[in-house]
Write a protein that binds this ligand. Structure first.
Ligand code: SF4
Length: 489
């Protein structure tokens, strides 16, 4: 039986979680302060720990802490400690078990020719395989993170200079990686050949910036230059910026879930404004799955843009029938048994006046385990909703992600074990509709999904992974990779 902590944390949080955001700047005196602001804008990509590494011309400085950026990166730690005109940072989400200070990024090591730090958004699908090979040659790993593998590959490469050693390293890894690295002389950015996770280039008065999303440029008034291309590596030095393509070209497979949920709605990724895409998703959903209802209500905040799009396309009023409490910390999950039975609503509360006696269309971004949906539906019914019709702004999530997203095991995904009718019964709605795969592709600007060669990664919906999953081969243990991804091994 689940304990109170399980019940309440599930109520507060039943989503896929992007695990990381990265940010780097080269050539600006207050570099660490800028990185702190950039990471603050990327906090939605990971709330549990963060780190910054800076270089001041003679030595590296490292700060890595558990907690939110705003709480942990104080003036003393940023302004006084992290000196230098170049710095990189990382914010991470991690599940319990295996998470800890040793897994906080950026990873830093003194290599033969100087210090080197690396921060990673994504997940390597052959990290365990490569790690075992390195361990046989004598490498010792100090964390359970796949990212440390890259550091070891750079350290042990026989190539003559850092660029060549970095290329040698990234050519040996598979999966999703948007990397930002720092040495005494350069900052390096690199996207995997499929471009699964985002990485953008910006400029702040002549200082180059690398960031996971454009919202991290906006916060400091930096100019968006462009997305890094899939398979591109940029090298920033005091002489300027150089771009190279060290991988065999492949058809890009950007993560389509970034548009559905991970990226912030005010960001533009791969040339598209996320808010616009989410509204188009809602409009497609209204066309595909119309409802005879009185109002459209989002499950805030993630369902809001799609609900606006649904309401506009369906010609139904949009109402905030559920209010979200934004001050739910992940630590506030341990009340005693007696409180648990009160049906504590930590994160969402029904706005009874808008809901009572109405037939409502409830719009959410996705259904993962179904626990949150079940509670929210019960909550709006308790507030007097006459009918509850749920519409989901993505296809059913049926498979785990191995590319840097914390996902439950496949068996825990509601859609992997139930039909849509069974899911509707489980969450107790009058009707349930999901966006079709082609509807999602239309919303991101494609005519339809190319089933022979999909234009995006959509593996959590389709089960078709765009890379080999080397660490799974021969083990039959999907969870091993999942645990590695989340620092659980
Ligand atoms: S499996 Fe899903 S969440 Fe993971 S990268 Fe692919 S589309 Fe994104």
């Amino acid at each position: 039986m689940a304990d109170a902590a399980d019940v309440l944390s599930a109520e507060a949080d039943d989503h896929f979680h992007d695990e990381c955001g990265v940010f780097g700047i080269f050539g600006r005196q207050d570099a660490a302060a800028i990185v702190t602001l950039g990471l603050h804008a990327l906090q939605h990509r990971g709330q549990e720990a963060a780190g910054i590494v800076s270089y001041d011309g003679s030595q590296f400085h490292v700060e890595r802490h558990v907690g939110l950026i705003g709480d942990t990166f104080t003036k003393q730690r940023v302004i006084d400690s992290l000196k230098g005109n170049r710095a990189i940072g990382h914010t991470r989400y991690a599940t319990t078990g295996g998470a800890g200070v040793r897994n906080i990024q950026p990873f830093f090591a003194e290599l033969a020719d100087g210090g080197f730090a690396v921060a990673h958004n994504g997940n390597l699908t052959n990290a365990m395989t490569v790690q075992r090979a390195l361990q046989k040659q004598g490498s010792i790993f100090s964390s359970t993170s796949d990212t440390e593998t890259i550091l070891h590959l750079v350290a042990t490469s026989k190539e003559r200079d850092l660029n060549a050693r970095f290329i040698d390293a990234v050519r040996q890894v598979e999966g999703a990686f948007s990397l930002v690295a720092l040495s005494s002389k350069k900052m390096i950015g690199c996207r995997d050949p499929l471009g699964i996770r985002p990485l953008v280039l910006g400029d702040l008065d002549g200082a180059w910036i690398l960031a996971s999303e454009t919202c991290a440029l906006d916060i400091i008034g930096a100019r968006f230059v462009r997305d890094l291309k899939p398979g591109e590596m940029v090298i920033v030095t005091s002489k300027g910026i150089e771009s190279i393509f060290p991988f065999e070209p492949q058809k890009p497979r950007f993560c389509i879930f970034e548009y559905v949920y991970f990226a912030r709605p005010d960001s533009s990724v791969e040339g598209r404004n996320v808010y616009d895409v989410r509204k188009r998703i809602g409009a497609e959903l209204a066309l595909e799955s119309p409802v005879d209802a009185d109002i459209v209500v989002p499950v805030p905040d993630s369902g809001t843009p799609a609900a606006i799009g649904f309401s506009q396309a369906a010609g139904l009023p949009f109402e905030l029938g559920i209010i979200r409490n934004h001050y739910v910390g992940r630590t506030f999950i341990s009340p005693g048994d007696s409180i648990r039975h009160m049906g504590v609503k930590l994160k969402h509360n029904a706005n009874r006046r808008m809901i009572e006696g109405k037939r409502i269309v409830l719009v959410d971004d996705s259904i993962v385990r179904g626990t949150t949906s079940q509670k929210i539906v019960q909550m709006v019914r308790d507030a007097g909703a006459k009918e509850v019709h749920m519409r989901i702004a993505s296809p059913p999530t049926r498979a785990s992600c191995f590319y840097g997203v914390d996902t439950p095991e496949k068996s825990k995904l509601l859609a992997s074990r139930m039909t849509i009718e069974e899911m509707a019964e489980f969450i107790r709605v009058d009707s349930l509709g999901f966006l079709s795969m082609n509807g999602l592709y239309r919303a991101v600007g494609e005519a339809s999904r190319n089933d022979e060669q999909p234009q995006y990664c959509d593996a959590c919906f389709s089960g078709q992974y765009p890379t080999r999953l080397a660490d799974l081969e021969g083990t039959d243990n999907v969870r091993s990779l999942s645990l590695l991804a989340t620092g659980g091994l």
